[in-house]
Every structure is written in structure tokens, then in C-alpha cells.
Ligand binder design. Structure first.
Ligand SMILES: Nc1ncnc2c1ncn2[C@@H]1O[C@H](COP(=O)(O)OP(=O)(O)OP(=O)(O)O)[C@@H](O)[C@H]1O
Ligand SMILES: [Mg+2]
Length: 240
């Protein structure tokens, strides 16, 4: 579904990713684990076209996407829920969600039933349902995070990139985010997940990759990584 082969990327002269390869098969959840600054967000940005890769290839559904513009990559079915709370502050919750479906409304993605999917998203995120006419900028941080996730899902995407969906959330909302990820997975959504709570991410994921200084250090089936002594010691201590 999504294959990243030998990807290099960075910012200006600073190279962050040194030839990483990741495979996200259809219907699976793959998690990318790593310390702060390892290059997880940079990987997401390179895949969604926010930064241009300097080497390697990325394919979505067999189609080469590296070097394409973000809007073009979105049209091909890649949705990115970015790190931080990137919502349209002066628009309502419902309008933010409809904007997520924009390529469907303009005919550059299969249309499907946008109105029905809006109601499905509301059912998946009850907090958003209660606040559907509220301006997104007035939502709490955690609610904005959920809105960014729900907006990504509204594309009806082939693959969703989730960059730290639980960042800054109270424990009860972290649990809710992971429950939502479980539900999306059960509905067959293909996801690449970056999470500070590595143990919880490996519990929901099928497969995992460990990124260290812009290189893949270890990868394997999620349950195998969960029991790997080195992974445990470095990434699974305490936390959620
Ligand atoms: N816009 C930017 N310009 C220059 N350097 C950047 C930029 N964004 C990130 N970097 C650098 O690239 C490296 C990787 O950052 P990245 O955000 O990908 O890490 P991360 O794995 O997502 O970390 P975290 O867990 O803290 O989110 C870091 O050294 C960071 O300082
Ligand atoms: Mg990051």
C-alpha cells in the first residue's frame, strides 16, 4: 500500500533521514518508534510532500509519489494528521471536517457519501459531535487534536499518517485516542502511527520500526518488538 524505499530527507544542508525503508501493507497498522529528534515527523513530512526527499522512492498503491506536491499526494489518498494542533481556527468543527473531504467534493477523490461519513466521524469522536458548530479555535487542545485526526479520516484515505495523536492529552483522552485508533483499524484503515507511548502503539500495531538518528535500527512484528530486551530498555520503560 505505502512503501518507503531508501528515503533520505532533511532541512537545508542538514540531513535527517539516511536511507530508511518502511512498508505499510493494506489494512495494517505500522508504528514508527524513536527518541525525540530521531526523524519521525520528518519521515511523515517527506511522505506527505511537505518536504521534498533528497533520495529514495515512495510509492502509494504502486504509484510513485516522492517529489509530488502535497495536494497531489492527498488526492492519491494519503491523509496526514500532523504533529501539533493544525486546525482551521475560525471555521466550525463540521466545516473543518468537510474541508478534510475537499478532494472528494471537487472530484479528485472518489466522492462516496460525504454526508454519511461526516456522521460516522461524529459518531467515532463524540466530543466533536457535541461541538460541531463551535469554532475550532475555541476547542481545548485535546479536542483540536481529535479534530485533526477526524479530518484526516474524512478524506476516506488509502493510508493515514498519525503523528503523535495523543500529544499533550490527559490520560483519559489518551485512552480515548487509542480506542479510536483500534476502531479505525477494525474498520480496515491502513495507518502509519507515531506515538510517544511506544508500548501502547506496539499493542495496537501489527508491525513496528525503530528509528535511531535517521536510520532504522530494528524492525519486526509488533509483539516481537514488545518483547525485545533492547527495545524494552530504550523505549518501553514506564509511560502509558
Ligand atoms: N523545520 C526544520 N528545520 C530544521 N531542522 C529541523 C526542522 N524540523 C526538524 N528539524 C530537525 O530534524 C531532526 C528530526 O526532527 P523530527 O521532528 O523529525 O524528530 P521526531 O522524531 O519527530 O522527534 P519528536 O519525538 O521530538 O517529535 C531534529 O534534529 C530537528 O531539530
Ligand atoms: Mg515528531
Amino acid at each position: 500500500m505505502l512503501t518507503i524505499h531508501n528515503l533520505s530527507a532533511g532541512y537545508g544542508k542538514v540531513q535527517v533521514l539516511h536511507g530508511i525503508s518502511i512498508d505499510v501493507p493494506k489494512g495494517q497498522v505500522v508504528t514508527l518508534i524513536g527518541s525525540n529528534g530521531a526523524g519521525k515527523t520528518t519521515t511523515m513530512r517527506a511522505v506527505s510532500g511537505m518536504i521534498a526527499p533528497t533520495g529514495g522512492e515512495i510509492h502509494l498503491n504502486g504509484k510513485r509519489i516522492d517529489g509530488l506536491e502535497p495536494y497531489h499526494i492527498a488526492r492519491l489518498g494519503l491523509a496526514h494528521s500532523p504533529e501539533g494542533r493544525r486546525v482551521f481556527a475560525t471555521m466550525s468543527v463540521a466545516d473543518n471536517l468537510l474541508l478534510g473531504a475537499f478532494p472528494r467534493l471537487t472530484g479528485s477523490r472518489p466522492k462516496g457519501d460525504v454526508a454519511a461519513d461526516l456522521e460516522k466521524a461524529m459518531a467515532l469522536f463524540p466530543r466533536l459531535q457535541e461541538r460541531r458548530t463551535q469554532l475550532a479555535g475555541t476547542l481545548s487542545g485535546g479536542e483540536q487534536q481529535m479534530l485533526a485526526m477526524a479530518r484526516a479520516v474524512m478524506l476516506n484515505p488509502e493510508v493515514v499518517l498519525l503523528d503523535e495523536p495523543s500529544m499533550g492529552l490527559a490520560p483519559i483522552l489518551v485512552d480515548e485516542v487509542f480506542r479510536i485508533i483500534e476502531r479505525l483499524k477494525a474498520a480496515g484503515t491502513t495507518m502509519l502511527l507515531v506515538e510517544q507511548f511506544a508500548a501502547a502503539a506496539l499493542a495496537v500495531a501489527d508491525y513496528g520500526y525503530v528509528l535511531e538518528n535517521g536510520r532504522i535500527a530494528v524492525h519486526g512484528r509488533a509483539e516481537k518488538l514488545r518483547n525485545d530486551p533492547a527495545v524494552k530498555a530504550a523505549y518501553l520503560g514506564g509511560g502509558h
